[in-house]
Design a protein around this ligand. Sequence first.
Ligand SMILES: Cc1cc2nc3c(=O)[nH]c(=O)nc-3n(C[C@H](O)[C@H](O)[C@H](O)COP(=O)(O)OP(=O)(O)OC[C@H]3O[C@@H](n4cnc5c(N)ncnc54)[C@H](O)[C@@H]3O)c2cc1C
Length: 443
Amino acid sequence: MTSRGSSRMVNRCARGGGIGGLTLAVALSQLQLDHLIEIDIYEAAPELTQVGAGITFWPRTWDILEKLGLDIALAEHLAPGQHVPDGTPRLAFQFRKGDQREGVPILDLVIAGAALSFHRASVQEILLKQLSPAIRTHLSSRFVSYEISPGKEIGLHFENGTKATCDLLVGADGLRSTVRKQFVAENTPEGHVLSTDPVWSGTFAYRGMMSSQFIKERMPNHRVLSHPTIYCGKNKHVVAYPILQGKIVNVVAYVSDLRMEGSVYEGPSFKDVSREEAISLYDNWEAEVRILAQGMEKPSRWAIQAINILPRYAADNIFLLGDAAHAMTPHQGNGAGQAIEDAYILAKLIQKALHRDNLSLHRLDQVYDGIRRPAANNVHAASRAHGLLYELNAPGYEWIKEGDEDLPEEMLMKLGKMITDDWEYAWTTTIDKDLQEAMEAMS
Ligand SMILES: Cc1cc2nc3c(=O)[nH]c(=O)nc-3n(C[C@H](O)[C@H](O)[C@H](O)COP(=O)(O)OP(=O)(O)OC[C@H]3O[C@@H](n4cnc5c(N)ncnc54)[C@H](O)[C@@H]3O)c2cc1C
């Protein structure tokens, strides 16, 4: 770091190339800090690509994407009938009990704004276009370890033998974060052991996409053609929504064995599977679900893993961001949303620190940790709870069997209410209050 009064301060921020790391790079690009900091992205993969799958953003996340100037390009990918949030109440998701021959409604989740879904590759492409040309990206650079010198410079080591130094390191390296492993080991009080390895939720997700045409030909009025739907059932649920201007439907079909929750998953985290494997799981579900299972092109099976919540996200100018900090189950569709919140807050904090007259990074880590950790850890817990709700395993619902058709209406309505509670923050609040608190804490 250069001395007080200098017009240039060198920070190199290292991270992977996922949605979290790229959003931070875009947020910093927007703040036009190129004359003050140098940014390097170190990505383990040889190219920046995203696996083909859908991703949903809630109004709270959308508001940040709008602030980052990404909304117009993203909006071009919306399906007909989808609208960017403008405060008008809209059907975000329909919830049904689908594990029976004739499904029944649970909830029409109508929210001010909308839940907007995209192909991940489209999101990455749009993020990449917004990067400042001053940002250097180093591909095939797998981060291995860091060390902090007595002068607070951070040394970085990569698997390919290269080394680098920086003043601020952001580990946005996902579920299996290497930065997290070292960070937690070095910040856990002696005598305490905190495992940072991902643990299995007991859930597999079958992910696949299909053309809307496939569905139209079999059921022209299939609800997924017009709005996102979650089909709930015992130990299973299916999430489906249109992406790519409605030409494609993204399907994620979950199946859980809660007895395995918390265990270490031994097999490959994801693998290609036959369509028959997915179809057989939903044989007795309502016709809409059977069509979705039948149509999945090249389905793959993912073991859904999360990390135990962390007691710290940042210290000594090492920051954890996105799944590196809070990999969670996907049941509130908000893991990337939380990564985007981390990125937005951190970029603003860096800007604030750089514009203070002593160009000091002092307190940045404490403030980031104080604002982002409670928020993201809450979403982590709420996501797990939502998985239990969708799969009829929440307290009071454990006795229900797959295919039970006679659930009292009030139980379904109560389920719908519980789904809405603990999730409303995603459409009734914005990041502004957190940002204000962060700025005040920096002052
Ligand atoms: C089935 C499913 C559905 C989901 N749906 C949603 C949704 O609808 N909405 C939502 O908000 N979230 C959703 N999520 C969660 C979301 O996908 C993740 O939270 C998000 O992608 C995490 O982004 P990230 O940038 O933190 O990590 P990643 O996307 O994992 O990126 C990490 C990057 O770091 C790189 N890397 C890893 N190790 C190293 C290393 N040692 N050195 C250098 N680079 C490294 C990787 O190659 C990668 O590019 C879903 C998740 C799943 C599994």
